[in-house]
Design a protein around this ligand. Sequence first.
Ligand code: F6R
Ligand code: ZN
Length: 185
Amino acid sequence: RDAVAPFNVLMELDKGVLEPTDHTKRRHLSDMHGMYLEEPDEAAGDALVYTVHEIVVPESPDHIQCSTTILQPGRVGREFFMTKGHFHEVRGRSEVYLGLRGEGRLVMATEGGDHAVEHIVPGSVSYVPGGWAHRSVNIGSELLVFFAAYVGDAGHDYATIEDEGLPVLLTDAPDGPRVERNPRY
Ligand code: F6R
Ligand code: ZN
């Protein structure tokens, strides 16, 4: 058993910043090449899309990985800024998302092609069962911030959905955010 002493981390609820944080990763448009239907405008440069702050604990099922995600508002073509999305490498591993700020959607899908879309708002608790790929989308005009907790050895499989994506897309339509079939899926 990996011994970890009890500890506390303080979160700035509206910013998602963890103090102290063990690890921070940033994803820019260039990290998401080919994941949007359209290529980003050159004027957008290599914009920051999201930041993840992680509390690092051993990758074992005895532990629970915790992180916050801060998704910037924005669009590429008609699609809203989103995370890359992934299955857990250990497919059965589940996850919980707690919404802290902003307005988003959590798009989930199984390898069999079933899909589900839930809301992320301050106070929303979303349960992502094992076997469901998940991607969060910022449909608002401010930051989307959420906290995630998942089984320690879950791991991340980005490759399976990298090329085709998920069955549906979240697009900015004149009457509001729209869930559209993904033509590439
Ligand atoms: C962890 C998890 C989240 C995401 C984060 C960034 O299993 O689901 O903490 O890792 O929101 O999204 P990805 O990992 O898809 O780049
Ligand atoms: Zn996950």
